[in-house]
Design a protein around this ligand. Sequence first.
Ligand code: SAH
Ligand code: F3S
Length: 453
Amino acid sequence: MNRVYIKTYGCQMNERDSEAVASQLAARGYRIVRREEEADIVLLNTCSVRDQAEQKAIGKMGYLAKRKRRDPDFIIGFMGCMAQNRGAGLLDRLPDVDLIVGTQRFHHVPDYLDRFREARETGVPVPASIIDLDEETGSQNTIREHLPDRRKVSAFVSIMQGCNMACTFCIVPKTRGSERGRPIDDIVREVEELAARGTREVTLLGQIVTSYGRGEIPPIGGKSPFVQLLERINAIDGIERIRFTSPHPRGFNRDLAEAYRRLPKLCEYVHLPLQSGSDRMLRRMNRPYSRKKYMEIVNELRRNVPDMYFSTDIIVGFPGETEVDFRQTCEVFEEVGYDMAYIFKYSKRSGTPAAEMGDQVPADVKEARNRELLGILEKRSNRRNQELVGTTQEILVEGPARKGPYFTGRTRGNRVAFFEGSERLVGELVTVNVDRATVSSLYGSLALAGVDA
Ligand code: SAH
Ligand code: F3S
């Protein structure tokens, strides 16, 4: 009765948090299973960024609650952002939920599950629902465990929690709390351990990584704490590639742009959230930069690395967004030529300032704007991939592809590639001749030189 299934909604930080919980549970003797039907305990790690993500998790829990009514020993719980955001209110609709654990208390999940288990084994009635949404000093330092039995060629590393900005649309400062960074040495040690176990690529995670260590770690020679951290990781043997998400344009200074040229392991792919190309919208969003400033960062990066790949986050249909505002977003979108973009239709989050603003944009307008940007993205992304046909690309081999005889990996620019390989190449950097491409993927064959396939 100790088999746990964890389902994760939302962003990479959530995936990372789920993995840390899984590894803490495994250390406590729980078994992590890959299928919900095999589990005695199901935990949903939730997202609150948009209403749709919350509704999905609530729907799923409704389904799980039905099973619990047939099988009272079955344990179900919410963790993460929606747990933090809605707390005990979740029990109004879902009274059968056993566990509601917020974003600073993930590491207490094993204790809580032990309590249910003990109660069952001793015949004592199980406790009523456990709700824990407390703040905890130092909780950012608890997200460091990785599953020991699984080699991860590419691993996420959480470097900080929370966000001190107040974008008017965003619920994250409420669900994740204020900024707390982990000490550089702890992060470096974690990455060294990962490297020793075969990790070749790390993605550093935080809501606003450009603020990492600010106010705690002094700048050295004009280099921010975040750039200092990148330098330390660049020096770790075995790590071949470094990525991070997400920076904020406000903290994207010259030292970081130059790091791309100086640090060979830092991949030429940057996720730089724009949100809107209209200065008027940016002001209403409380995003403290202008379109001009954003383009300066893009151009500075291109000066340092001409071959830079760009990705972004956009919100369409923010309250008050007119056709003129939206055209400005399209212009920036074309001008930067994003290789990847996450385009969101604005979703009202109660408790945020934007939810109270007038001029909410009708759903069909949001939908049309969303489609238009997706169209631009598809064209551009396809063009970029077609340009890669006939070139050779360095691929970090991640493993067998889901379908066919192929193996899969990514270029430094984060393009997915498929090729015929072998298990021995997993975790290796190989050179692939790109033979053809679709919008989303490259297809090729291993180049012979330098590869012992
Ligand atoms: N700085 C964080 C942002 C987290 S939210 C990070 O990049 O990790 C991720 C993205 O979701 C935001 O950049 C924004 O584009 C989008 N988003 C946030 N709140 C939203 C809302 N209320 N409606 C629609 N999209 C939203
Ligand atoms: Fe959200 Fe803005 Fe922070 S998008 S996570 S409040 S930078």
